[in-house]
Structures are given as structure tokens and as C-alpha cells.
Write a protein that binds this ligand. Structure first.
Ligand code: PEP
Ligand code: MN
Length: 334
């Protein structure tokens, strides 16, 4: 249920109303807008007398929210959420590119890629240290050493870093990682989501291979329900019957999620397509669709990458992508 308060409602009046909800065993989430305050009421609100609520002097309107995601719901929080990451912001009109290799392979590799993508305008550096691979015989990532090399690249370039976590037990290793990624395969690892909810770290939550947008938002809700509202959603393609691409990029997810939620939405055209030559056109399309950012795999030597070489751009290809995307952004913002 949401209650929109009239402009001019005092803090005391607001707090009295909140106490009234709390006395009925409910939780209240406050969203302060420029003119209106929106109270999001969480819990079993079936016994709240909505007519009584609507009749109060300070209440502009009240309505029940049928969606099961509440904290992630735009109705609860009409303004866009902006997630701060180091000196950057993501969401609410702030667009950022995250770039880097699928996996951290060596200290030299991650530093070389970081320096190149930074020069082309990437704000954040990505690199997998713990890799979720379909085959147990494939490269599993450098694990703790991978995080160390990312931190070294962060120190040298100043770029905030993004890396995937697969197990909540590894959280201490992620202390200096700026954005923790939850990969598609772990989108519904609810214990992991709960653990991340107890931190204040920005979480990049990727859509599961066969997950609906509602399921994605319910996973975001798990993180937010724990008290961490710094969630960035990522559309990375879903599995369909089309075999020509690794996944099918569901670009309508961007404007649809924009209506459903206030959280920032970024797009990963690398995992969505699986083919380097398709990454630039889909990145441009994602920017045109209004995404708040992109995540692009870039490798200094894609032919010899230990993971996802076929979809990795060279630094030169990434430079061209970044320039074209920025031109699209000018059109979208203008
Ligand atoms: C990744 O970003 O490296 C990754 C494994 O992506 P996804 O979880 O979307 O497959
Ligand atoms: Mn990858």
C-alpha cells in the first residue's frame, strides 16, 4: 500500500501516521520527492482501513500496490534511484560504461585493459575473479589473486571495480570491490542475495537466463529488504529458441523496467549476443532504448582469452563503440 502525503505535511504529522502503521505491525518506507512524500507500507496491509486513511487531512491519496515487489517498485519510490560508485553515479540520467575482460588472467592483462578502456571513456573496470563456468574443466578464475590484481588496476587507474561473487563466504575478499556482481546463474541464490542485503555495497544484479522481469525485481527486493538499496539491474539476454546468438537480448526490458522500478538499468550486449561484431550495434540500441549504462567485455588479446574470447572486443573496437554510444546518448538526452 502507498500513501501520498500532501505538500506541507509536517514531520510530526508524518511521523504520527508512521506510528499508526507501525502499531499495526507494518513497516514503512519513506520516499521524499520534490513536492510529495510517498509512504510505502510493507506487510499484511489487508486490515488497514483505506477509507479512513484517505479521509485524513494530510493524505493526498492512498492505494493498494498489488505487485509483490514493494521496495523496488516505482510506485513506492517515484524518483529514479541514483547509485553512487566512487566518483561516479549510475541512474537518474547518469550513464556509465563498465568495461573489462570476462576474467582477470594476470596482473599485466587487467592493468593493460584498464588503462585502454579508461582512455576510451569507461568509468568502471570489470573483471571476473570467481567464474561460473558450465564445465568444471574450464578456467575457473584466479579467485583471491584475481581480486588482488583488480585492486592493483584500481590503484593505478583510479577506476572503481566490478567483480562477481558466487558465495557469501567470499564477502571478506570483496571489501574493496566497489560493485559486487551477482551473475545470471545466481540471480535466485536467495541466501547470497540476503547476505548482500546486509551490506551497503552497490550490487549489479544480472537477469537470470530464464527469468521474468518480475522475478528479477523480486531478487532485487531480497537485497533491498535487508537494507541495501544500492541495486543496479542488468539485462544480459535470455535463453530462447534462437541459436544464432548466445542469448536473445530483450531490449524492451529497458523501457518496461523503467516503468516498473526506480532502480538503474544497464545492458550487457556481450553475454546477450556472444559475438564481438554484434556488440556495438546492440550497445547503441541499448543506449537508444534509455539504458543507464552498459557492461562490455574487452580483452587485449581476444584470440587467446581464457574465457569468452568470441564476444570480447579489442580496445580499438571498444574505443569506436564508446564514441558511437556517446553520440546516441546525446540524442537520447537531448
Ligand atoms: C559475466 O558477466 O562474466 C557473466 C558470467 O555474466 P552472466 O552472469 O550474465 O552470464
Ligand atoms: Mn563473460
Amino acid at each position: 500500500m502507498i500513501a501520498v502525503l500532501k505538500p506541507g505535511t509536517s514531520v510530526r504529522q508524518r511521523d504520527n501516521l508512521i506510528l499508526w502503521f507501525k502499531s499495526q505491525g507494518l513497516d514503512v518506507h519513506i520516499s521524499e520527492g520534490q513536492t510529495h512524500t510517498v509512504l510505502g507500507i510493507i506487510g499484511d496491509t489487508s486490515r488497514v482501513d483505506i477509507d479512513l486513511l484517505q479521509s485524513l487531512d494530510i493524505v493526498d491519496s492512498a492505494k493498494r500496490v498489488s505487485e509483490t515487489y514493494k521496495l523496488a517498485n516505482r510506485k513506492f519510490h517515484p524518483q529514479d534511484t541514483v547509485v553512487p560508485v566512487g566518483p561516479y553515479k549510475i541512474g537518474g540520467g547518469n550513464f556509465q560504461i563498465i568495461a573489462g575482460p570476462c576474467s582477470v588472467e594476470s596482473e599485466e592483462q587487467i592493468i593493460e585493459v584498464a588503462q585502454a578502456v579508461k582512455k576510451s571513456g569507461a568509468a568502471l573496470l570489470r573483471g571476473g575473479a570467481f567464474k561460473p563456468r558450465t564445465s568444471p574443466y574450464d578456467f575457473q578464475g584466479l579467485r583471491a589473486a584475481g581480486i588482488e590484481y583488480l585492486l592493483e588496476a584500481k590503484k593505478i587507474t583510479g577506476m572503481p571495480i566490478v567483480s562477481e561473487i558466487m558465495n557469501a563466504e567470499h564477502l571478506p575478499l570483496f571489501e574493496d570491490v566497489d560493485v559486487i556482481q551477482v551473475g545470471a546463474r545466481n540471480m535466485q541464490n536467495f541466501e547470497l542475495l540476503k547476505a548482500l542485503g546486509k551490506t551497503q555495497k552497490p550490487v549489479l544484479l544480472k537477469r537470470g537466463l530464464a527469468s521474468t522481469l518480475k522475478e528479477l525485481l523480486m531478487s532485487a527486493e531480497y537485497i533491498m529488504a535487508g537494507g541495501n538499496e544500492n541495486v543496479i539491474l542488468c539485462e544480459r539476454g535470455i535463453r530462447t529458441y534462437e541459436p544464432s546468438t548466445r542469448n536473445t537480448l530483450d531490449l524492451s526490458a529497458v523501457p518496461l523496467l523503467r516503468e516498473m522500478t526506480h532502480l538503474p538499468i544497464i545492458v550487457d550486449p556481450s553475454h546477450a549476443t556472444g559475438q564481438a561484431r554484434l556488440v556495438q550495434p546492440m550497445a547503441m540500441a541499448a543506449a537508444a532504448a534509455g539504458a543507464d549504462g552498459l557492461m562490455i567485455e574487452v580483452h587485449n588479446d581476444p584470440m587467446h582469452a581464457l574465457c569468452d574470447g568470441a564476444q570480447s572486443l579489442t580496445p580499438e573496437q571498444f574505443d569506436e563503440l564508446a564514441r558511437k554510444v556517446m553520440r546516441i546518448r546525446e540524442v537520447v538526452a537531448g
